[in-house]
Structures are given as C-alpha cells and as structure tokens.
Ligand binder design. Structure first.
Ligand SMILES: Nc1ncnc2c1ncn2[C@@H]1O[C@H](COP(=O)(O)OP(=O)(O)OP(=O)(O)O)[C@@H](O)[C@H]1O
Ligand SMILES: [Mg+2]
Length: 358
C-alpha cells in the first residue's frame, strides 16, 4: 500500500491562461486558472461544455496547437521517478526535448476525451500498449505483451488475449476508450489526466473503470486530474473540486465544501439542475437561465452575471476568488466583506439580495 512520504503537491498550476486567435477575435478560453493536486489525491474540474476543461489539460501536456497559445502561467510538476526529483514547469519545456518525452511517459499520462486522439489506426492496440510499456519500464517484449493483456483485462475488455491483436477500427467506441485507459495507466503514472474518462461507457463498465482508477491510486499514489461534467462521478471520485465557467475558476475547495455547501450561483444552478433520486418523476428540473454565451459575447466583469439571479451593479467588475472557509474559495461579489457590510447597512436580507444597493 502506498504511503505518503511528504505532503507535497504533485502539480501546482498558477494563473494558466490560454487564448485562441480566431476570426471572431481573441478567445480567452482559459483565464488565470490556478489549482493544486496533492500527491495521491483526485482533483475534479467540473463545468459545462466549452468552459475550458480540455484546453486546460492539453496546455499541461504542451498540446495546445495553433491557433491556440498558452499566454501565461506556471504548472509545476513534481516528478518522483528515478534520481531526478527536481520540479519542472510543464509550460516551459522544450516540446521536442528529452524532458517532455520522459514526463509524457511514466510521469504524466492522459486519457483523452476523444479516443481517436491517442490510438494510432495503423497499429494493433496491443502493439501500442507494448510500445509504451517497453519505452518506460524495463521490460522485454514478451513480458510487455503479458502485461498488455492484463491491462486490457483490467478495463473489462472481453477475451483480452484475442483483442490484444485488434486494430482500433475493429473495436467499438467504448472498447477503444477502454483500450486507451489501459494504455494510460499501464505505466502507473504519477499524474493521470482523465478527460471525461467514462462518458462513452455504459454504467457497469463505468463503475468498473472508476474502481480501477481508485485501485491504481491506492496502490501507486497516482494523483488524478479528473475532468467531467458528471456530478455523480465527481462525488464518487474527487477529494477536491474546481468549478469552471467560461474559462475562469468560479469556485474551488474540498469535495465536502463545494458539493455540500455550494456558494457560487453557478455551482448552485449546476447542482439544482440534477435529478434528485428522492423526488419521483421530476418533469421540470430547474435550469440555469439563458445559455452559456460565446466567449466573444462574454460580458465584462463577472462572466456569469447575465445568467445570474443575484446580479448587482458591482458585478460589472470581475470578482477575484475570495476565501469563504478553510478549504473553500468563491469568485462572487456576494462574498466580498464590503458588499456584505453594505447589504446589511441597507437592511437587505439574504433572501432579497437580488436587489442590493450595490
Ligand atoms: N482549436 C480551437 N480553435 C478555436 N477555439 C477553440 C479551439 N479549441 C478550443 N477552443 C475554444 O476553447 C473553449 C474551451 O474548449 P474546451 O474543449 O476546453 O471545452 P470543454 O470544457 O472541454 O468542453 P466539453 O465539456 O464539451 O469537452 C471552446 O469553447 C472554444 O471556444
Ligand atoms: Mg472537453
């Protein structure tokens, strides 16, 4: 069983910013995003489609291509393999250098949202897993093949000794997803980035894959960056949660604080829009008013303000993250000390705070 040597973070991301140069202008898809992933823990990034989750992950692996560009920030990764334990800034690695090859192998691996992104069509899935194992672990071809079969079995692929010789096009989408998960975890990475790892899978296999990730984590101390829009998966897997909206972090903290006591109006809306198993046949679930706007149409100030029932004049200014508890931060003016003081001086109760004096 893995034991923590120190309390250090496997990854510390500070003010990561990514922009895309498009015909509609500059799209700031990731805006000064910061988070930590402690060693052996799981951080979930939660948010609706298009809020910048995948772009955040791709930036960490140096995979943002033109017209995108990482415009700022740091991502300090603490490798622990071998003798070299010097922290590295992932945003500052030569993309064709030895360091990034080493880190992309057993240091960090990624389960891509799109399985096609990491499986090569011209090789069998077995060859691809064997190649990865031989490159990053001191094993010969025969042993690697056995390990590949075991890896395929562990992700629920039936007849793995036969499937190992299949090409990706001979497998269903869900099966490819599982093969890719097997490839990502076979080298027992220090950090696993899992981008919607179970969305394409049916419920039984989904539960099996989540269990597999938990086992990997308890055996090897792997840290996990889990990207998902599924609150159920978050509740089951995460230690910490970061909620993103239109490229910005709007709320972050421990799982208990964010899901148990959500504070940002966006997080409250996300949670309210989920079906509640205790209420039978909910035909009208509450939804968040309006649609996620295009990045180019995002309002200045708080990005959520044109969908927010709590909007105040001060929301024309962008709120910073404010600490609201020992493990809880929220980017919302409702939690600013001066705003709260103003509200109580105007005699405004929490329940009618949608009309504050500003
Ligand atoms: N190649 C690209 N060219 C231009 N803009 C892009 C490109 N890739 C991403 N973007 C912009 O970045 C935003 C964030 O995209 P991203 O893929 O990170 O969203 P996501 O949160 O992963 O969504 P989903 O849940 O649908 O996977 C998009 O809304 C889009 O505006
Ligand atoms: Mg995505």
């Amino acid at each position: 069983m893995f034991t923590m040597e120190t309390l250090q973070n496997a990854l510390e991301v500070r003010n990561l910013s990514v922009s895309f140069h498009t015909e509609d202008g500059l799209i700031r898809a990731v805006r000064r995003v910061s988070f930590d992933i402690p060693q052996g823990k799981t951080l979930a990034i939660l948010g609706e489609s298009g809020c910048g989750k995948t772009v955040t992950a791709l930036a960490l692996l140096g995979l943002v291509d033109f017209p995108g560009e990482v415009t700022g920030g740091k991502a300090i990764f603490q490798p622990s393999q071998g003798t070299d334990k010097t922290p590295v800034d992932l945003l500052n690695l030569a993309l064709d250098g030895e360091a990034i090859r080493r880190i992309r192998g057993s240091g960090i691996s990624m389960i891509f949202q799109d399985p096609g992104a990491s499986l090569t069509p011209v090789y069998t899935i077995g060859e691809q897993i064997i190649e990865t194992l031989m490159l990053h672990q001191a094993v010969g071809r025969k042993a690697a093949r056995q390990l590949a079969i075991l890896a395929l079995e562990s992700v629920g692929i039936p007849s793995p000794h036969l499937r190992v010789d299949s090409y990706p096009h001979q497998l269903s989408g869900g099966m490819c997803q599982r093969a890719m998960i097997a490839m990502a975890i076979c080298c027992r990475p220090r950090l696993l980035i899992a981008d919607e790892p179970t969305t394409a899978l049916d419920v039984t296999i989904q539960a099996q894959v989540l269990e597999l990730l938990r086992t990997l984590q308890s055996e090897t101390g792997t840290s996990i960056l889990l990207i998902t829009h599924d609150l159920g998966v978050v509740a089951e897997m995460a230690d910490d949660v970061t909620v993103m909206y239109l490229g910005s972090v709007v709320e972050k903290g421990s799982l208990e604080s964010v899901l148990g006591n959500p504070q940002h109006p966006y997080t409250l809306g996300l949670i309210a829009s989920l079906p509640n198993p205790e209420i039978p046949r909910q035909s009208h679930l509450p939804t968040i008013r309006g649609m996620v706007p295009d990045f180019a149409m995002a309002p200045p100030g708080c990005p959520f303000r044109n969908r927010c029932d709590e909007e105040m004049p001060i929301c024309e200014n962008e709120p910073r993250l404010m600490r609201t508890g020992p493990a809880h931060e929220v980017a919302c003016w409702l939690f600013d000390e001066d705003v709260k003081k103003n509200q109580s001086e105007c005699g405004i109760e929490q329940s009618v705070r949608s009309h504050p004096c500003g």
